[in-house]
Design a protein around this ligand. Structure first.
Ligand code: SAM
Length: 417
């Protein structure tokens, strides 16, 4: 009789490889996972497991490291660390039966040659929840916990706990898009800012709604930034730091004549492809906004500035593993250079919307306060059309990152002279 060959689910090996790349700082989770899943062509259930393991492990790294560190001596190679973190996530957070976790990960270690099976066996058998501290409870460094407390006061504990939940998919859909997704078996639930919360029956890029340009992924808090511009139909809009042009596309869909500006030319390629898919058009301009813009002033200008992304930790949990307080200050210094150049592009009587997907005081409230102190020709106005929960933040608002919404600072200013 031959001994049966040990088996393991390939989703786990794929998740460990993706985690290794993300944890060593080589790349971000979304592109790494997309590329790995596209290559591996796993059945939908396994692709779902791999996704859950990658994002879940990243959300809990701080807790999992606290659990693993007492069991490890010396340097742990990156692949072994990623594998042990994923195993500990399944055992301590998902509640997968311990014997199943140990045997699955020992097999992954052996057959995919990712770590020493003996080490995996010894560590995953013994790993247990560490003593609870605030940092392990929220799997967040203390300085970031303070950022959330300062931003959200008594709502902060609920917001912090919420950052550990899986992120839902939000789509801006035409009515034909809703019908098409539902016909494929997806579940579509209306959400704030006209954005729907969707549980897909098949991968988004394979759905007819996406391929036919009837669906655009966007978080409702990000849509609130678009809505903050008010009525854009037939009007010229400058979309500054426009990136891959998601907001540019949504503005164009509302009939705006959009020029989207970004310093990275490669982002325009993505924007162009996306606009084509949606059957929309916008002008795309490569320019470094630390330098003045040479464009005729526009009645509506959006600066959706580069930021640290602390309002998007649910969707991008690796941010919290990399970010430092110094990086927040550096980003705020960059934003403070971009805002006056965006302001100079606003026609008299026009509107400037300043937004960042970060909840630090430095990048939102403080950048705006310092700008207003030297630009008396701009007056803050209420942000119109806000349906997502929000709290005041100086002369702007902060959307509350709960239930899958992102945290955005949004301010709307009128140029009076
Ligand atoms: C928050 S993202 C923009 C997202 C975009 N508004 C959207 O909704 O798809 C910020 C963008 O700022 C761009 N950026 C960073 N520094 C810049 C600079 N000095 N000048 C122009 N764009 C810059 C980045 O390339 C990035 O695409």
């Amino acid at each position: 009789m031959t001994a049966s060959r040990p088996t393991f689910n390939p989703a786990r090996a794929l998740a460990v490889r993706v985690l290794t790349r993300v944890l060593t700082g080589e790349t971000f989770a979304a592109p790494a996972l997309d590329a790995a899943l596209a290559e591996a062509r796993l059945p939908a259930r396994d692709a779902g497991l791999a996704t859950h393991l990658v994002y879940g492990t990243l959300r809990y790294v701080l807790l999992l490291d606290a659990a693993l560190t007492p069991l490890l001596r010396g340097e742990t190679p990156p692949k072994a660390r990623a594998l042990l973190l994923a195993g500990a996530f399944e055992k301590l957070v998902l509640g997968t039966p311990p014997h199943a976790v140990v045997s699955e990960y020992v097999n992954v270690a052996r057959m995919a040659r990712l770590a020493s099976p003996a080490l995996v066996n010894a560590v995953l058998r013994r790993v247990a929840r560490p003593a609870e501290t605030e940092e392990t409870r929220y799997a967040l460094p203390g300085w970031l916990i303070d950022v959330f407390r300062r931003a959200y006061g008594e709502r902060a504990e609920a917001v912090l706990a919420d950052q550990l939940q899986p992120q839902p998919l939000w789509l801006s859909l035409s009515s034909a898009g809703v019908r098409s997704l539902e016909a494929e078996g997806s579940v579509v639930e209306p959400g704030p800012q006209g954005v729907d919360r969707v549980v897909l029956a098949r991968p988004l890029r394979e759905s007819a709604a996406y391929r036919c340009g009837q669906a655009q992924p966007i978080n409702p808090a990000s849509m609130a930034v678009v809505d903050a511009l008010g009525d854009v139909e037939g009007r010229r809009v400058l979309d500054l730091a426009g990136g891959a042009g998601v907001k540019a596309a949504l503005l164009a869909a509302r009939g705006a004549r959009v020029t989207s500006v970004d310093v990275i030319a490669r982002k325009h390629e993505a924007a162009r492809a996306n606009l084509k898919r949606l059957g929309l058009r916008a002008d795309l301009l490569t320019h470094d906004l630390t330098q003045p813009l040479d464009l005729p002033p526009a009645p509506l200008v959006l600066l959706d500035a580069p930021c640290t992304g602390t309002g998007t930790l649910r969707a991008h949990p690796e941010i919290k593993l990399r970010l430092t307080p110094e990086a927040v200050e550096e980003m705020a210094a960059l934003q403070a250079r971009l805002l006056p150049n965006a302001a100079a592009a606003v026609a008299p009587g026009g509107v400037l919307v300043y937004s960042v997907c970060s909840v630090t005081r430095q990048e939102g409230e403080r950048v705006l306060r310092d700008f207003l102190a030297t630009h008396p020709e701009f007056t803050p106005e209420a942000v119109p059309g806000l349906e997502v929960p929000h709290v005041p933040a100086g002369e702007g608002v902060l959307t509350v990152p709960e239930a899958g919404l992102d945290g955005f600072f949004i301010a709307r200013l009128r140029r009076t002279a």
